[in-house]
Design a protein around this ligand. Structure first.
Ligand code: NAP
Length: 496
């Protein structure tokens, strides 16, 4: 049984960032990572065309800018290499236990510690930082007969890089952000492509470009210039996107842009009609691409809008009775976000799992980070920290000072456990839901992974992101129940 001050779960952006900041403060910790390398989502997602639709200069740690980005919107291999380099340069890799899966985490209220059961044995920790990522559990819908399909079935987030689609008849299910990136790449290699669309997506023009050698040289020599470019991306997306998404009438300009893009790229009016979504742009994540619509309009692609009835050995049978002959089916069907299994593994102070508390009391966190009844537990990229218009790395970095400040206060004041007060958490969530109710994410007429089964938006941060960062600059210990360590209690008793 190993004993730690802090255990971090996950070695993606969140876990790596947390480890760097903890190490700077000399706080002992270990990272548990179920995969065999660092990178999190950027290691798991290796599908063709995988890239980030947030500008490269913004999609990185503020303390580790990368002057070498080759494209203004980086591809997955480059983002993964960046993360790996940051982890190596900051000594994070030595603190990771790879291939270590957490099976259970139970709060021990007597010891004021978390007891973990993992694939590498049991361990205890005073503080648990969960950075498992909310897009880490593939959603595999149940299709009747899927097990009878004679070809290969792959989820986008479980892509086998050795699989070659050249010369294959490929079916892609889904038209979300992952599919929009996969489809154009597959289209270049496959013999035929069938895209199974349940709901059309708004496609915006993509502004990506190769970064020129002289720009690299400039960023290397004068990092302030890269910082200014990063600032430009950050502030322009805040002040353009947030008001458009927050107001019910917002999004008109986005719609105009997307419709013009569609008209330019898809000449056939019948096909165009199938590609126009019925919901407002922004209700689901906006998907920029200059290659998706031409790939759909290509003669070798079939856009299938009749629903999937079942799978058979030869392919997919749709509701109109047509059998689509396929060699491989790609499930670009997204992730289990509000219903992922991680909360079932975590047992809090009152013996209930986090899932039970969410089901019974409603899903929600305080400051997207802490949960009433789960002491000394911090989640990075937790509920209502999601954003579509800017970098999630910004949100994660905004959480780190909060966690670090909590640990500092606990040490200075001899606090054994902190647990957010349920009334504080409840009023925080009421405020969030009030702010969310008129926004496009709630009222835009779509069904997205932002909403839970009760229609609550437990995913999105409904304001400027700098306001989130400001909220979390300081740990508001007064919002938490605190229990002192026995030593502190003895000292206080001796004084009084
Ligand atoms: P997604 O946005 O949830 O899309 C899933 C797609 O699968 C939807 O089109 C959905 O249709 C379809 N689908 C699900 N179940 C189905 C079923 N039973 N039958 C038919 N169709 C079904 O998932 P995603 O594309 O993987 O993206 C998830 C998130 O990952 C994004 O929102 C984004 O945050 C992140 N991501 C980011 C980037 C980036 O560049 N930063 C790239 C990729 C992904 P319906 O719409 O009808 O439900």
């Amino acid at each position: 049984m190993s004993d730690h001050r802090v255990v971090i779960i996950g070695a993606g952006f969140g876990g790596i960032g947390a480890s760097i900041k903890l190490a700077e403060q000399g706080i002992e910790h270990v990272i548990l990572e179920k995969l065999d390398d660092v990178g999190g989502t950027w290691l798991a997602n290796q599908y063709p065309g995988c890239r980030c639709d947030v500008p490269s200069h913004l999609y990185s740690f503020s303390f580790a800018l990368n002057p070498e980005w080759s494209d203004s919107y980086s591809l997955q291999p480059e983002i993964w290499r960046y993360l790996k380099k940051v982890a190596v340069d900051h000594g994070v890799v030595e603190r990771v236990r790879f291939g270590c899966k957490v099976d259970a985490a139970r709060w021990d209220d007597e010891a004021k510690q978390w007891r973990l059961e993992t694939s590498a044995g049991s361990m205890t920790t005073d503080v648990l930082i969960v950075a498992h990522g909310f897009l880490s559990e593939p959603s595999i819908p149940h299709f009747e007969g899927i097990e009878t399909f004679a070809g290969q079935v792959m989820h986008s987030a479980e892509w086998d890089p050795s699989y070659d689609v050249t010369g294959k008849r490929v079916g892609v299910i889904g038209t979300g952000a992952s599919a929009v990136q996969i489809v154009p790449e597959i289209h270049k290699q496959a013999t035929s492509l069938s895209v199974f669309q349940r709901t059309a997506a708004w496609i915006l023009p993509h502004r990506g470009r190769t970064i020129r050698p002289w720009e690299h040289e400039l960023y290397r020599r004068v990092p302030a210039v890269q910082r200014a470019v990063r600032g430009f991306h950050y502030w322009s997306s805040e002040f353009l996107a947030v008001p458009a998404l927050m107001k019910p009438a917002g999004g008109k300009l986005l719609k105009k842009l997307a419709v013009k893009h569609l008209e330019t790229q898809v000449p056939d009016p019948e096909l165009r009609a199938k590609l126009i979504p019925s919901f407002k742009p922004g209700c689901k994540r906006l998907t920029p691409s200059n290659e998706y619509l031409p790939a759909i309009a290509s003669p070798m692609t079939t856009l299938v809008t009749s629903g999937i009835d079942r799978m058979v050995p030869e392919g997919i049978v749709t509701a109109d009775g047509v059998t689509h002959q396929l060699d491989v089916i790609i499930l670009a069907t997204g992730f289990r976000v509000t219903d992922n299994t991680f909360p079932e593994l975590v047992i809090g102070r009152d013996g209930r799992t986090m899932r039970q508390t969410w089901d019974e009391d409603g899903l929600g966190a305080y400051n997207g980070t802490t949960f009433a009844g789960f002491p000394n537990f911090f989640m990075l990229a937790g509920p209502n920290t999601g954003i579509g218009h800017t970098s999630l790395v910004y949100m994660i970095e905004a959480q780190l000072p909060y966690v670090l400040d909590a640990l500092r206060l606990m040490k200075e004041r001899g606090i054994a456990s902190i647990d957010v007060r349920p009334d504080v958490q409840a009023s925080y969530n009421e405020l969030l839901q009030r702010k969310l109710s008129p926004t496009v994410w709630n009222t835009g007429g779509c069904k997205s992974w932002y909403l839970d089964k009760n229609g609550f938006n437990t995913t999105i941060w409904p304001d400027y992101t700098f306001k989130f960062a400001r909220r979390l600059e300081r740990f508001d210990v007064e919002s938490y129940y605190q229990e002192l360590t026995p030593t502190t209690e003895r000292k206080l008793a001796a004084i009084s």
